[in-house]
Design a protein. Structure first.
Length: 81
């Protein structure tokens, strides 16, 4: 079982994850990036000046995308397990 944690995720890795999930960067407003996908009821927003990305931000995005923590790492690192 993996012991990976959602803390210490770099901004670049988080952006890559969102991109692999089919989300598109819509705009940046005042230090916040807004990402969206057609099937989402609301956009995913996060601050660009805080690194690493806070764990609660990642958990909120996973909830919106209907994914698990395991899915996060599988998508980010292209695992098929």
């Amino acid at each position: 079982m993996s012991t990976r944690k959602l803390k210490n995720v770099k901004l670049a890795d988080y952006r890559e994850f969102l991109s692999k999930c089919g989300c598109k960067h819509i705009r940046t407003e005042g230090g916040h990036e807004i990402w969206s996908r057609n099937d989402l009821t609301r956009p995913i927003t996060f601050q660009t000046h805080i690194e690493p990305v806070p764990e609660f931000i990642i958990k909120n995005a996973l909830r919106q995308l209907n994914l698990t923590k395991k899915d996060f790492f599988n998508i980010l690192f292209d695992c098929n397990t």
